[in-house]
Design a protein around this ligand. Structure first.
Ligand code: HEC
Ligand code: HEC
Length: 180
């Protein structure tokens, strides 16, 4: 009987102690990456601004990895909405005009019907693939924000040129098994 109560006191107090320790170790505002109490819904995220530099004056970013979609270095203010009939991006990025305005031409991969790739075919289209019409699905403007979690990813490029130019259209079938 005495031994049993001793056990109870021992285990009871150690459970209590670990509760207190846990409480001291992880405060609600320390949980998660937003550093705020979990029950708090109204937050004031830091203010950020997209680049105001107009096209023609911005500096291209290095590609995030080989054949990654390049991020948009210039302001895209006034370029909305992008509709089926109107896409201001094409005015500077279509291959026939891009060189004159100093823009990167839309690559051949955007003029290919990707639906046939599993059959080992890459039929060329006369116009840009409609699945790629909304450029902002994959290409995004950048803002001056500090990442909440440091990115430790280090890209490896097979050639130095791959840091600033894609050649996906040349390697479309590389390492891909195709259904015949
Ligand atoms: C008035 C011409 C113009 C318009 C319109 C325009 N761009 Fe650009 N874009 C450029 C130029 C020029 C560059 C090269 C960087 C510079 O000189 O500012 C560029 C760079 C880029 C890049 C980076 C390319 C690389 O090689 O890193 C992307 C991505 C891009 N633009 C996407 C877009 C998208 C998406 C739109 C539509 C929302 C758009 N651009 C509208 C002229 C334009
Ligand atoms: C479904 C995603 C997607 C959409 C939508 C898309 N792109 Fe891309 N874009 C990519 C990827 C991925 C790459 C890099 C690999 C490649 O060349 O396809 C790329 C590459 C580019 C490049 C760099 C070419 C080079 O030589 O390095 C330009 C410029 C570009 N896209 C412009 C555009 C424009 C303008 C639009 C809209 C008309 C657009 N993209 C729509 C995914 C997309």
């Amino acid at each position: 009987m005495r031994l049993k109560s001793l056990f109870l006191v021992f285990f009871g107090s150690s459970a209590l102690l670990s509760c207190i320790a846990a409480k001291e170790l992880i405060a609600p505002e320390e949980m998660g990456i937003r550093r705020a109490p979990l029950e708090e819904e109204i937050l004031n995220p830091p203010k950020f601004e997209y680049s105001k530099t107009p096209p023609g004056q911005s500096k291209r970013f290095k590609r995030a990895y080989e054949n990654a979609p390049p991020q948009i270095p210039h302001s895209i203010e006034g370029m909305f909405p992008i509709t089926l009939k109107n896409n201001p991006c094409l005015g500077c990025h279509m291959p026939d005009v891009a060189k004159q305005v100093g823009a990167t031409p839309i690559p051949p991969s955007h003029f290919i019907d990707f639906y046939h790739l599993p059959k080992g075919q890459a039929p060329k289209l006369t116009d840009i693939d409609k699945a790629r019409w909304n450029c902002l699905l994959c290409h995004r403007p950048q803002a001056n924000v500090q990442p909440v979690v440091k990115n430790l990813f280090k890209p490896e490029y097979r050639t130095p040129e791959a840091q600033e130019k894609s050649r996906l259209h040349e390697v479309l079938f590389e390492g891909v098994g195709t259904k015949k």
